[in-house]
Design a protein around this ligand. Structure first.
Ligand code: UT7
Length: 332
């Protein structure tokens, strides 16, 4: 068998501040009933003050390294997936690297939104298989709350996003079959406009004006129904496809860890695949949509909660802005 890789340890960090649907209903024209019914979300975590995704990621990263039984100095590459980077440049991977005291190791940002963690995991897997690195830290971390439209105009997006960080240490697989089996990564740039943040942008001169801010172009824009439709149309075929690619079928799948964008999406995908609730993990009810962080956080919860055992077949899958979508298949 050729050299493979596996997830050696996971970590999570979410801010302490809980924001309930009722809290949002005090600021926006929304209600607990609407949010629960349309999204499944009851509450989310939001940072207080000036906290960026690199700061949120630090405890998650330290936890993942400890869970892997490694020292921080064992990490040779940091891959940081985020759509809410601390700065326009340099990347959050460099900021996290400095926080961890790993100055000198390789560090790179991944800008693939809700699919970012999966693109990161695939990149880590490829580097390890190729023998370039032994231990790669893959992080998904987001601070949405400082960039949401708190007026009624933005209520569709504002109620769904939460802040949080998830991290995984990926290293060589030394235990037979226990390894990442493969990935199925996709993008369709023709769908850029259905989910985006327009300003500031280097393609506009100037990049940001008072008029743009009045129009709310510095807030996320989403055609929710169009994104929803893409997710329920693409994800079932994607999951079936990656299983088939590896000579496996749905009956053999022990757990699906989907991106947490909307509980209704995950329920429809599960129904389309004939997967019962015991085969799918959802935590959007408590954390909202944490985009790049949602898959590693949900996977970590599944492992901690005993829902993933050594040898289990686990599929991670998600879709988001770009559009980008993807899945990873793991023999845990
Ligand atoms: O992670 C990235 C990928 N993102 C996703 O996968 C998100 C996918 N989309 C969704 O989850 C859903 O489209 C939303 C939850 C964002 C919206 O739910 P929806 O059922 O598609 O609602 P809608 O946008 O079609 O709006 C229905 C109604 C509208 O009112 P009218 O025109 O029927 O009078 C909206 O103005 O709901 C209204 N509305 C709200 N009402 C109360 C929109 N947002 C809210 C709100 N509270 N927060």
């Amino acid at each position: 068998m050729d050299r493979g890789s596996r997830i050696l340890g996971l970590g999570t960090y979410v801010p302490e501040r809980i924001v309930t649907n009722d809290d949002l209903a005090e600021i926006l024209d929304t209600s607990d009933e609407w949010i629960r019914k349309r999204t499944g979300i009851s509450e989310r975590r939001w940072v207080e003050g000036d906290v960026g995704p690199a700061e949120l990621a630090e405890p998650a990263a330290r936890q993942a390294v400890a869970a892997a039984g490694l020292e921080l100095s064992d990490i040779q590459l940091i891959l940081f997936a985020t759509l809410s980077p601390d700065l326009f440049f340099p990347g959050s991977a460099c900021l996290l690297q400095d926080r961890l005291g790993l100055n000198g190791c390789a560090a790179m940002d991944i800008r693939n939104q809700c699919t970012g963690f999966l693109y990161g995991l695939a990149t880590a897997d490829a580097f390890i298989r190729a023998g370039l690195y032994e231990h790669v830290l893959v992080v998904g971390s987001e601070v949405h709350s400082s960039g949401l439209d708190m007026s009624d105009r933005g209520r569709d997006v504002t109620v769904i996003f939460g802040d949080g960080a998830g991290a995984a240490v990926v290293g060589p697989s030394t235990e037979g079959d226990r390894r990442i089996l493969g990935h199925s990564l996709h993008a369709d740039g023709a769908l850029v406009d259905i989910l985006k943040l327009v300003a500031p942008a280097s393609s506009m001169n100037p990049r940001l004006t008072a008029e743009m801010m009045e129009q709310g172009l510095h807030y996320p824009y989403m055609e929710g129904r169009a994104v929803f439709k893409q997710a329920v149309q693409l994800l079932p075929g994607l999951i079936r496809g990656i299983l088939t690619q590896h000579g496996l079928d749905l009956d053999q799948l022990d757990l699906l860890v989907p991106h947490q964008a909307n509980l209704r999406i995950n329920e429809m995908v599960a129904r389309a695949l004939g997967l019962g609730p015991d085969k799918v993990i959802n935590n959007i009810q408590r954390l909202g949509n944490t985009t790049a962080a949602s898959i590693p956080i949900a996977l970590h919860e599944a492992v901690e909660g005993g829902r993933v055992k050594p040898g289990d077949l686990v599929c991670l899958a998600g879709l988001g802005a770009g559009m980008t979508w993807g899945a990873s298949l793991i023999r845990w």
